[in-house]
Design a protein around this ligand. Structure first.
Ligand SMILES: [Ca+2]
Ligand SMILES: [Ca+2]
Ligand SMILES: [Ca+2]
Length: 267
């Protein structure tokens, strides 16, 4: 009896939260970088604003790891090279675009890849989307990581406490986002999403620097990360559902042509 009890306790301690577990666990929502449902990747960076490596230090320089080109095309952070990413620093942000708009289809519509080397050192980012490039709308993120103690520089996070925050999964595996969660927002066309923005959560529980999830919890993640790779590290953004071109225009054009030909023949 005793060994069974111990196992149960160990499992419940390891996965304390209600959300999907890490890569390799039953029920994970992680999307592997070569998943056949991926139909495209980010093709442009339309804006980058890096944050400092330590927001509490006025002399802190912005995070510097990686050029914008590192986040374009397929996810490529792996065991041989985990630095083909762009690091955001505390509160930094980056906005990417696509050759075809993302659209809301069944289930997740895009996935964001970070370069975490394991299932627990998770640097997180809020994710926002825009149709017009001016108005951005944030996915309702949830962080249930306890906030009584700061998660340290190389501290751990339980992925089951994390929802709708990029960086939930280890390198090579994307965190999925479903546009259906943003239904009914004026100014956002879910069939025409042209921009995705990642915003580093900072991760400090100090009220002077803390950021908050959609339920008012401070988002606690490894902090400070006072080095050139500080903050969230964006590897890539995968598209799972692309907008289908409006059938209206092409069909009407063809119909119109056919009618013209008929008329000419009739005369
Ligand atoms: Ca969807
Ligand atoms: Ca980092
Ligand atoms: Ca990359």
């Amino acid at each position: 009896m005793r060994p069974v009890l111990l196992v149960i306790i160990a499992v419940s301690a390891a996965y304390a939260g209600p959300f999907a577990p890490p890569v390799g666990q039953p029920g994970t929502t992680a999307i592997y970088k070569s998943d056949p449902t991926i139909v495209g990747w980010a093709t442009t960076v339309t804006g980058t604003l890096r944050g400092p490596t330590n927001i509490s230090d006025p002399n802190s320089l912005p995070a510097s790891q990686g050029a914008e080109s590192e986040v374009l095309g397929p996810a490529n952070a792996d065991i041989s090279d985990s630095f083909n990413v762009l690091s955001l620093g505390d509160g930094g942000k980056i906005t990417v675009g696509f050759d075809k708009p993302i659209a809301n289809g069944p289930g997740p519509d895009f996935a964001v890849f970070e370069n975490s080397i394991n299932n627990t050192f998770l640097e997180l980012a809020f994710v926002e989307v825009s149709s017009d490039g001016g108005n951005f709308f944030r996915f309702p993120a949830i962080s249930l990581t306890p906030t009584a103690m700061q998660v340290g520089t190389f501290g751990s996070i339980d992925a089951t406490n994390i929802y709708n925050l990029a960086g939930k999964y280890s390198r090579g595996y994307g965190t999925p986002f479903d546009l259906a969660e943003l239904v009914g927002i004026p100014g956002l066309d879910l069939q025409n999403i042209n921009y995705v923005r990642m915003v580093d959560v900072v991760g400090s529980i100090d009220p002077a620097y803390a950021t908050y999830d959609s339920q008012g919890h401070k988002v606690n993640d490894p902090w400070p990360t006072d080095f050139d790779t500080g903050g969230f590290d964006l590897d890539a953004v995968a598209v799972l559902h692309q907008a289908v071109p409006e059938p209206g225009c092409a069909t009407l054009f063809l119909l119109g042509g056919a009618m013209l030909i008929r008329r000419r023949r009739a005369h």
